[in-house]
Design a protein around this ligand. Sequence first.
Ligand SMILES: [Zn+2]
Length: 135
Amino acid sequence: MESLTLGPGVLDEIVEHAKSSYPMESCGLLVGQGGYAARLLPMENCLASKSEYEMDPGQLIRALRALRESGEELAAIYHSHPSSPAEPSKRDIARALYPDSAYLIVSLAEPLQPQVRAFRIAGGQADEIELHVIV
Ligand SMILES: [Zn+2]
């Protein structure tokens, strides 16, 4: 999967989640099939931090189990950067545990123009991938 496609409305919901969590980072899962994200599953950032995130482990395990049962796939993991650019931090790279998943970052550094980028993070390296948005 060298690209990530967001289905209708998904980007708006990611941005809304980021804004409602501000100034803390928001995070969650994008689920669908292959590189297509049909919907998001917002997760609790159990660090409640302005500069890092960790999805609530219990919530994450339940969500991944539900996906296995529904036949949906994890397309991407998203989180927000309330005041820094849409680039993976050192910690984002060090703690990227899902090499098969894309990582989407939304930046609110310019509140009126949220920036969104997608990456593949594996082996201590982040590579940007194409991001398509279906409106
Ligand atoms: Zn980050």
